[in-house]
Design a protein around this ligand. Sequence first.
Ligand SMILES: CC(C)(COP(=O)(O)OP(=O)(O)OC[C@H]1O[C@@H](n2cnc3c(N)ncnc32)[C@H](O)[C@@H]1OP(=O)(O)O)[C@@H](O)C(=O)NCCC(=O)NCCS
Length: 138
Amino acid sequence: MSAEKYFNLYNKCVDIDSIQFCLEDFKRFQKSKKIKIEKEKNSIAILALTRREVEIYFIGVAESLRGRGLGKKLLKNIISFSECYGADFIILEVGVNNIPAKNMYFSYNFIEYGIRKNYYRNSSGSREDAIIMKLNLN
Ligand SMILES: CC(C)(COP(=O)(O)OP(=O)(O)OC[C@H]1O[C@@H](n2cnc3c(N)ncnc32)[C@H](O)[C@@H]1OP(=O)(O)O)[C@@H](O)C(=O)NCCC(=O)NCCS
């Protein structure tokens, strides 16, 4: 799949306030052995791979299709992939107010592992703390 198609899917699945990546990033991701993109028709995740860990940079579901289990399905695939890859853990950051995402991670036994104060800035300029969440795989 082309970088443009991945980028279009990403744009369908990201909230406008939290866009992080541009088309150039997706072109770079495609060349990198350290980035894996997991996708389904209406959901996408961007994973960074190191020897011991998988970091979820982004996971999202098309807005009109949220709340139907697609996020959980993709996260389940990410966990299976990470186990096969041999990672010791999965780690990610999520906005402290992002209740759907936090609940999704809790439902797969992620734990709160730390906090980054004022980590995100939204379009109105206000700041939001990020929670670091972790799932041990061993
Ligand atoms: C977070 C996100 C990926 C969840 O995807 P989804 O397909 O809507 O989620 P699912 O239907 O699979 O539900 C998964 C769990 O999330 C929680 N959840 C989903 N929507 C929720 C809501 N509106 N309120 C509270 N919890 C919610 C529930 O715990 C649910 O599990 P349950 O149905 O067994 O109780 C989706 O909301 C999204 O794309 N958000 C925008 C991008 C984003 O914020 N990504 C996270 C960045 S770290």
